[in-house]
Design a protein around this ligand. Structure first.
Ligand code: FAD
Length: 410
C-alpha cells in the first residue's frame, strides 16, 4: 500500500482533513503533540460549520453530544444601555437555525476520535520536529516518549495551529493585515448571570470603548468569560492581565451586573498577538490548514469554522491529485493559497465594522432596513455563500452609518 498522508496537529483542521481523507480510502497518519483531552480556547461555533461536520460524517455525533445550544449572538454596550440580539432561526432553516457552544477539550476529542473511527492512525504525544520533501513524498521527523522517529508520507498537511510547524521551519513571512495587535485574558466562571428565555445560550459580546468581552455559556454551571484589548493596554504597567480584567469589570455597569456573583473555576490564561496570515500555504508536497494558515481577530467566532473548512479544502486538494503525482505545481500552490485566504476574508468587512466606532451602529441599530437584518444573520452564521445582494446591503448600510455619524460629528 502507498505511503500515508501525514497530518500534524489534531485540532479541528487536522481532524477534519484526517476524517475526510480516511473516509475516501487514503491511509492517514496524524501526529498530535498533546495527550487529549486538552484545554483550547475558541468555544463558540457558527451554524455553517455544520456543513463541514456533515461532509466529514461527524454531524450526528456533534449534534447528539449534549453541547449547550447557541441560538444566536448579541451585542451590548458596556454601560448596558443598548442591546441588540440576533437569532439564527429568524431567517435560517435547519440545520443552520442554531449551533453549539463547546468546551474544546470535549469537542476536539470527539472530532479526533471520529478521525480514528474513520480509519486514521493517530499518535498522541508525538511532536513534529522537522520535514523534508522530495519529488515522490515527504519525510517527517517527530519526537515521542523521548525518542526521535521518522515517518514517510505521500503528502503533509500542517494543522499545527498558531505556532505553524512548516512555516516556522521554512521561515515563511507572516502579515498582520493591518489589524492592531491585541491580547485576550480569560477564565471559566460559575454563577455568571444568564440571559432569560430564548437568549439563554447566546454568545454575548460586551463592547468597551477600547476592546470587548465575551460571555459564552458552556453548560448549566460554567461560563467562559474573556476580555480582549489592544496589547498596549496590557503593557501600560497598570496591573497584571487578571487585575486589568477585574478592574474593567468593575468599571462597566453591564459586566458588573452579569459577574457580581461570579467565581472563577479555573486560573486566568492569556493569548496575545493572534491576527496574522501566511502568504504561502502550499509547497510541492505540503499544505497548511486552520490557524497554521492564518487567523483573523476572533470577535465573530469564525476560527473553528474556518479551520474545519480549510481542513476539508486541503484534503480535497490531495484527493484531486493522481496517485503518481510528482507534487503540486506552483500554480496549484497559488490557487490553494487563494482558496484558503478567501475562507477567512469573508469575515474581514464585519471585523472592520465592529472596530470602527462609526460603523459599529450597523450592529446596534434597532430598526435596520429590510433585508439588512437577514444579511447580518447570514454573516454572523458564517454563510460562505452569502448572496451578492445581501453582501451589497451590508456594505451600503455600513457606508450610510459612517456618513450619518460624520454629519452628526461635523
Ligand atoms: P488548533 O485547534 O490550535 O489545533 C492545533 C493542534 O496542533 C493542537 O492540538 C496542538 O497541540 C497541535 N500541535 C501544534 N504543534 C505541533 C507539533 N509540532 N507536532 C504535533 N502537534 C502539534 N474560534 C471559534 O470558532 N470560536 C470562538 O469563540 C473563538 N474564540 C477565540 C478566542 C481567542 C482569544 C482566540 C485566540 C481564538 C479564538 N478562536 C475561536 C479561534 C480558535 O481557537 C482557532 O481558530 C481554532 O482552534 C483553530 O483550529 P486548528 O485546528 O487550526 O488549530
Amino acid at each position: 500500500m502507498s505511503d500515508p498522508v501525514i497530518i500534524v496537529g489534531g485540532g479541528p483542521a487536522g481532524s477534519a482533513a484526517a476524517s475526510l481523507l480516511a473516509r475516501s480510502g487514503k491511509k492517514v497518519l496524524l501526529l498530535e503533540k498533546e495527550v487529549f483531552p486538552r484545554f483550547h480556547i475558541g468555544e463558540s461555533l457558527l451554524p455553517f460549520s455544520h456543513r463541514v461536520l456533515m461532509r466529514i460524517g461527524a454531524w450526528e455525533k456533534v449534534k447528539n453530544a449534549g453541547f449547550m445550544i447557541k441560538p444566536g449572538a448579541e451585542f451590548v454596550l458596556s454601560n448596558g444601555r443598548s442591546l441588540r440580539r440576533f437569532f439564527f432561526a429568524d431567517c435560517l432553516a435547519e440545520p443552520y437555525d442554531k449551533t453549539f457552544q463547546v468546551e474544546r477539550s470535549r469537542f476536539d476529542s470527539l472530532l479526533l476520535d471520529h478521525a480514528k473511527e474513520s480509519g486514521a492512525s493517530v499518535l498522541l504525544g508525538a511532536v513534529a520536529r522537522g520535514f523534508q520533501e522530495g519529488p515522490d513524498g515527504v519525510e517527517v521527523e517527530y519526537e515521542r516518549a523521548g525518542a526521535i522517529e521518522r515517518a514517510r508520507g505521500q503528502w503533509l498537511i500542517d494543522a499545527t495551529g498558531r505556532e505553524p510547524f512548516v512555516a516556522k521551519l521554512l521561515r515563511l513571512p507572516k502579515t498582520d493585515l493591518g489589524i492592531p495587535k491585541k491580547m485576550a485574558v480569560y477564565a471559566h466562571f460559575r454563577n455568571v448571570r444568564r440571559n432569560p428565555g430564548r437568549a439563554a445560550g447566546n454568545i454575548t459580546i460586551v463592547r468597551l470603548s477600547n476592546g470587548w468581552f465575551w460571555l459564552i455559556p458552556l453548560d448549566e454551571e460554567k461560563t467562559s468569560v474573556g476580555m480582549v484589548r489592544p496589547i498596549s493596554v496590557f503593557q501600560s504597567g497598570k496591573g497584571s492581565p487578571p487585575e486589568l480584567f477585574e478592574e474593567t469589570v468593575r468599571a462597566s455597569r453591564e459586566l458588573r451586573s452579569r459577574l457580581e456573583n461570579a467565581e472563577a473555576m479555573s486560573s486566568y490564561r492569556t493569548t496575545a498577538d493572534y491576527t496574522y496570515r501566511l502568504e504561502c500555504l502550499g509547497g510541492s508536497r505540503w499544505l497548511a490548514a486552520g490557524d497554521a494558515a492564518g487567523f483573523l481577530d476572533p470577535i465573530f467566532s469564525s476560527g473553528v469554522t474556518v479551520a474545519l473548512e480549510s481542513g476539508v479544502v486541503a484534503a480535497e486538494e490531495i484527493l484531486s491529485q493522481p496517485e503518481d503525482s510528482s507534487g503540486l505545481s506552483p500554480e496549484q500552490q497559488c490557487e490553494f493559497t487563494c482558496r484558503i485566504h478567501a475562507l477567512a476574508s469573508r469575515f474581514a468587512d464585519m471585523i472592520q465594522m465592529f472596530y470602527d466606532d462609526r460603523a459599529f451602529e450597523v450592529f446596534m441599530t434597532p430598526h435596520p432596513p429590510s433585508g439588512m437584518k437577514d444579511a447580518m444573520i447570514h454573516l454572523l452564521a458564517g454563510n460562505p455563500d452569502l448572496p451578492l445582494s445581501l453582501r451589497l446591503q451590508v456594505k451600503l448600510f455600513y457606508s450610510l452609518c459612517a456618513m450619518q455619524r460624520r454629519w452628526r460629528l461635523a
